[in-house]
Design a protein around this ligand. Structure first.
Ligand code: SAM
Length: 180
């Protein structure tokens, strides 16, 4: 996803993190797909275990695409707390995952008009199937807006907005809570 964003945002800087043996494949892909970003130093590759402290402090955005759905709540809270400790007030975490839309409305997602169920019924099937897949494969889960708010709260963060996208994956924006 960073590669596609780098195409759209040619002046942005990206630091791609993953566990070492996975990350080793990234430079060749970027060099082939977007060599100008590599040549201009707009992308760096940094091995990182997200269960350890985040070395990049005060990034504009920490992007987690299809990461949290692999993990239990307890592990997600560890991942989020490490990011929280690296954030400044202008930083945000952008989580890209399926967001489960309850059939009885969520209040935080746009509902289908009656008589359809609030989540458009079968149109939401893929997210629910993905929820079952990820539970059986990884002991993970897709989450409802309330569950995402719960994770944020337990990690000491705030969900600012769930950005609804045309597909079934949405962008959940979290920030540090405002100081009072
Ligand atoms: C479902 S893939 C998502 C990859 C990518 N974000 C995407 O959207 O295509 C999950 C990624 O998490 C990485 N990962 C797993 N455990 C990790 C850890 N402890 N620290 C950092 N990355 C990890 C995997 O290597 C894999 O690349």
């Amino acid at each position: 996803m960073s590669l596609e964003l780098a195409r759209k945002l040619p002046n942005a800087k990206f630091i791609v993190q993953d566990i070492d043996h996975v990350l080793q494949q990234a430079p060749a892909v970027w060099s082939q797909e977007l060599p100008e970003a590599v040549q201009m130093g707009h992308v760096q590759f940094m091995p990182h275990d997200f269960f350890t402290a985040q070395a990049i402090k005060g990034a504009g955005a920490y992007l987690l695409r299809r990461i949290l759905h692999d993990w239990s709540d307890e592990n997600c809270i560890i991942i989020l707390k490490h990011l929280k400790n690296a954030m400044t007030p202008s930083s945000r975490i952008l989580i890209i995952d399926h967001v489960l839309h309850p059939t009885v409305e969520s209040g935080q997602l746009k509902s289908a008009p009656p008589p359809l169920p609030a989540n458009y019924g079968i149109a939401h099937m893929f997210s629910i199937m993905d929820d079952l897949d990820i539970m059986s494969l990884m002991n993970g889960m897709e989450r409802t807006p309330d569950q995402l708010h719960g994770l944020a709260e337990r990690a000491g963060l705030t969900v600012i907005k769930i950005w609804e996208c045309r597909g079934s994956m949405h962008v959940i924006e979290m920030r540090l809570p405002e100081e009072h």
